[in-house]
Design a binder for this molecule. Structure first.
Ligand SMILES: [Ca+2]
Length: 197
């Protein structure tokens, strides 16, 4: 057993629905679909996730991570959103809880070691936020997430952009962007791009 002790990655292998990989990355193209959460669909929480996830609708291409009990609310209010009509509020199911909740992209991107990527999101609220990519070796082995090393304090009713840049380590074949949150944080307008090496 190796490199399987990372708490961020252990679930990702179960959740991220890699039925196919996204197309190869062109530089400076935003690779995520539905980056502003404008497309949503009704959602019925599966029985096995009933204690772990609360949502009546979720954005297309995005979903929960059952390792991190999460309440997800679509905020349908152009005034309150950073762009478009919708943003996504992430909070713990138990309002007293200090547990980490999560929002994850539901498709993995094939990557090459040494390539440089950036991940950004606009955020507001009262809590903490980590931007990261779940990472996978060939044969779907989940390994420690990339970039998930620092919580950023979010404490404002004004939107602010949060961003990380990282280089794909050796051995990583695919990644999926994700946000881990403590407290109540609203997100909008994600950008995931390959940047010049
Ligand atoms: Ca939006």
């Amino acid at each position: 057993m190796r490199k399987k002790n990372n708490k961020w990655s252990s679930l990702a292998c179960c959740f991220v629905l890699a039925t196919g990989y996204a197309a190869a990355a062109n530089e400076a193209e935003n690779l995520v679909e539905n980056p502003g959460f404008e497309v949503v669909h009704p959602y019925t929480v599966p029985e096995k996730l009933k204690d772990l996830f609360v949502a009546s609708e979720i954005p297309d291409n995005w979903g929960p991570n059952p390792n991190n009990p999460t309440k997800l609310v679509i905020v349908s209010d152009a005034e309150a959103s950073h762009g478009g009509s919708n943003s996504v509020k992430i909070e713990p199911i138990d309002s007293e809880s200090k547990a980490t909740s999560a929002l994850a992209y539901s498709t993995r991107f094939k990557v090459l070691a040494g390539d440089k990527y950036s991940l950004s999101v606009w955020a507001k609220g009262e809590g903490k936020l980590i931007l990261m990519c779940y990472a996978f070796e060939p044969q779907d082995v989940a390994i420690p997430a990339i970039g998930g090393d620092r919580y950023r304090a979010i404490s404002s009713t004004e939107w602010a952009e949060q961003k990380i840049e990282f280089t794909i380590p050796e051995g990583v074949e695919s990644v999926a962007p994700a946000f881990h949150i403590q407290g109540i944080v609203t997100l909008d307008d994600v950008t995931f791009q390959r940047v010049a090496p």
